[in-house]
Design a protein around this ligand. Structure first.
Ligand SMILES: C[S@@+](CC[C@H](N)C(=O)[O-])C[C@H]1O[C@@H](n2cnc3c(N)ncnc32)[C@H](O)[C@@H]1O
Length: 233
């Protein structure tokens, strides 16, 4: 892993970054440098994102911590280069964060980042969300830019304890996306859905989150669904 260079250096952290990250700012800064350098060279993030890494990516993701209580267990589905999961993990050492990502090249980057930033509360798991049912059980599932809401909810809701929430970072059209998907989502598991904006005064525009909170004991649907057959004699 190489260190940051002049051309790929991200813009300096803003005053908002200092407010949002506080004591974690040195780690956030190191992560920004890593994204701007290795992240770009290894095709995990586009070069055009570098000048807007702080506002559009790091702070935008970090403010979601407002919705996560102390000590929560969180799974970030489709972490990619670590957004939002790694940012939340470095900002909140009290939470346990699993970064779930199927692509090897991305999990290699994530493991290197976790080691470099010394984040004992963050674990990288290689896999697809639909493959870890019954294996991971969390208070929150976070996701950004992974799938449309009905598909994402189909992957995320089985990973949640009763009372747990999917926090899906969405764009300005979040209300419309939720309105179109809510009926299908509620068929997956009893739940309540709302749209929240977090980070007012700290990031512009505020981060939009679709929250789906499950209200029943769930657990994964029975595996396979095939009838048991008698043993062949
Ligand atoms: C567009 S990227 C977004 C990455 C990151 N969340 C971000 O906002 O920059 C979508 C990510 O979801 C991952 N992904 C796709 N299908 C998945 C699945 N079934 N379970 C978990 N992750 C998945 C992809 O490998 C990819 O890293």
């Amino acid at each position: 892993m190489s260190s940051g260079s002049e051309e790929t250096a991200p813009t300096a952290p803003t005053d908002q970054a200092e407010t949002v990250f506080g004591d974690s700012l040195p780690k956030a800064r190191r992560f920004a440098e890593l994204l701007a350098d290795d992240g770009v060279r290894r095709g995990l993030i586009g070069p055009r994102e570098v000048p807007r890494l702080w506002e559009r990516h790091l702070i935008n993701c970090a403010v979601v911590e407002e919705l996560i209580p102390e000590g929560a267990h969180v799974v970030d589905v489709g972490s990619g280069a670590g957004l939002p999961g790694l940012v939340l993990g470095l900002l909140r050492p009290d939470i346990r964060m699993v970064l779930l990502e199927p692509l090897l090249r991305r999990t290699v980057f994530l493991n290197e980042a976790v080691e470099l930033l010394e984040l004992p509360n963050v674990e990288v798991r290689r896999g697809r969300a639909e493959e870890v049912r019954g294996d991971l059980l969390a208070d929150f599932v976070t996701a950004r830019a992974v799938a449309p809401l009905p598909r994402l909810a189909g992957w995320a809701l089985p990973l949640l304890r009763k009372g747990g929430s999917l926090l899906a970072l969405k764009g300005e059209q979040a209300e419309a996306e939720l309105a179109a998907a809510e009926k299908d989502v509620s068929k997956l598991r009893p739940c309540v859905c709302d749209v929240i904006r977090v980070g007012h005064g700290r990031v512009e525009p505020a981060t939009t989150v679709v929250r789906v909170t499950v209200t029943s004991e769930g657990g994964p649907p029975p595996r396979g669904g095939k009838k048991k057959r008698g043993r062949k004699r």
